[in-house]
Design a protein around this ligand. Structure first.
Ligand SMILES: *[C@@H]1O[C@H](CO)[C@@H](O)[C@H](O)[C@H]1NC(C)=O
Ligand SMILES: *[C@@H]1O[C@H](CO)[C@@H](O)[C@H](O)[C@H]1NC(C)=O
Ligand SMILES: *[C@@H]1O[C@H](CO)[C@@H](O)[C@H](O)[C@H]1NC(C)=O
Length: 365
């Protein structure tokens, strides 16, 4: 190949790998027909409209695009896999301006979530951007809400998930809460901050399945299963996690690490909790359990859990009278090192079991 041919090939490869460059224009979306043209621009405004049932509102954005919601978006009703909304792009600024994505949850809710009943679009909101995503309200998700897999650093802030209506039974839920598996944030990623947000739901407020350098701070979690690391599967690694300044009310537990009994070659390390407050906790204050999907069942030994600390400002948890304050259920040898729990203060209920581990320092219950 001649030198000029090589240069041409190199230039083509380079061009095709180059970041998509948006046009300096404003695209406005008032229906799905507007999306393809609007995403060519680096400013995209979203007006109020309804996304037809069975379609994903997909924003595949040019680098450095700013998106402004100027109205509420509602999704049509259909039993299908979803997602309902998906956004991708780098260095994106997404301003929700307090507007709402309405998932019409009551159409789907049957008390079974992803475990049965009708197929529910999940996740509702698939976030694949770097940059910022702020001031968005999600109302009545069919099941899981946010799934986050950011390509570079992302800050998600001032978000509201309001699935509180799902606390009530309906005609299909056999007396149980109609909303189920309505996880607030499902996270398998790195370099993510979630802050100043509120989640009212019936499952985990946050669930970190794998990843590193994740901060979850100053959020309020109401009605669900608390702030979770896990459930951890084989080969997953979680490290460098900061959970601070959160308020957890009327949840099954405040802080939980759950690893699958069957998991192998996985690791959870360097998790720091500080300044969290929990009240009305129904089952546990803190639960570290290696027997998932059981609770306090026979633990597995394939996930190493180390360096789990409750330090800094006091983490103050108040559990209900029939709940356990702290339960730690490790496999033999799979919880390791010294854990400093000097800033943990749990009141109410009764002491839970601490199994197969004596490395917790500066804490007794
Ligand atoms: C979708 O379902 C919800 C809840 O059941 C209902 O209120 C709404 O009217 C339905 N929307 C349409 C377009 O049928
Ligand atoms: C633990 O995580 C914190 C926060 O991400 C990080 O700053 C620190 O370097 C990590 N420590 C170790 C020993 O990896
Ligand atoms: C623990 O919390 C309770 C209830 O908030 C409080 O009364 C108590 O002083 C705290 N104990 C310590 C050692 O901080």
């Amino acid at each position: 190949m001649s030198v000029s041919a090589l240069v041409t090939v190199a230039a083509c490869i380079c061009l095709s790998l180059a970041a998509p460059t948006g046009q300096d224009c404003t695209g406005t979306i008032s229906s799905m027909d507007d999306v393809d043209d609007a995403v060519k621009c680096t400013t995209v405004n979203i007006n109020s409209f309804t996304v037809p049932a069975g379609e994903t509102f997909n924003l595949d954005l040019a680098d450095s695009t700013t998106v402004n919601m100027q109205g509420d978006v509602t999704f049509g009703n259909k039993t299908w896999d979803g997602p309902l909304f998906q956004i991708s792009g780098k260095s994106v600024t997404f301003n929700g301006n307090s507007h709402t994505f309405d998932g019409n949850g009551p159409f789907y809710w049957d008390g079974q979530g992803g475990n049965g009943g009708v197929t529910k679009p999940a996740p509702m909101m698939k976030i694949k951007i770097s940059g910022t995503f702020t001031n968005v309200k999600v109302l009545n998700s069919p099941a899981r809400v946010y799934s986050v897999s950011n390509p570079a650093a992302l800050v998600m802030s001032k978000l509201t998930v309001d699935d509180s209506l799902g606390d009530q039974p309906n005609s299909k839920s056999d007396g149980k809460a109609a909303g189920h598996n309505t996880d607030g944030f499902d996270v398998s990623t790195t370099d993510l901050i979630i802050e100043d947000s509120t989640v009212m739901n019936q499952d985990d407020c946050l669930a970190i399945n794998k990843g590193s350098n994740i901060v979850f701070q100053r959020n309020t979690c109401s009605g669900g299963h608390g702030i979770s690391i896990g459930s951890i599967s084989s080969d997953a690694m979680v490290s460098g996690i900061t959970i601070q300044g959160n308020t957890i009310t009327n949840n099954d537990q405040a802080l939980r690490i759950k690893t699958k009994a069957s998991a192998t070659d996985a690791l959870v390390t360097n998790v720091t909790y500080s300044g969290n407050t929990g009240t009305g906790l129904r089952q546990f204050g803190v639960l570290v359990d290696q027997s998932y999907p059981d609770t306090l069942g026979t633990p597995g030994t394939g996930v190493i859990v180390s360096d789990i600390n409750v330090v800094g400002s006091e983490t103050s948890l108040s559990v209900n009278s029939d709940a356990m304050r702290v339960a730690v259920n490790c496999g033999a040898g799979s919880c390791t090192g010294t854990w400093d729990w000097s800033a943990l203060n749990v009141t109410g209920g009764s002491a839970g079991p601490i199994t197969n581990f004596n490395g917790i320092k500066n804490f007794s219950q």
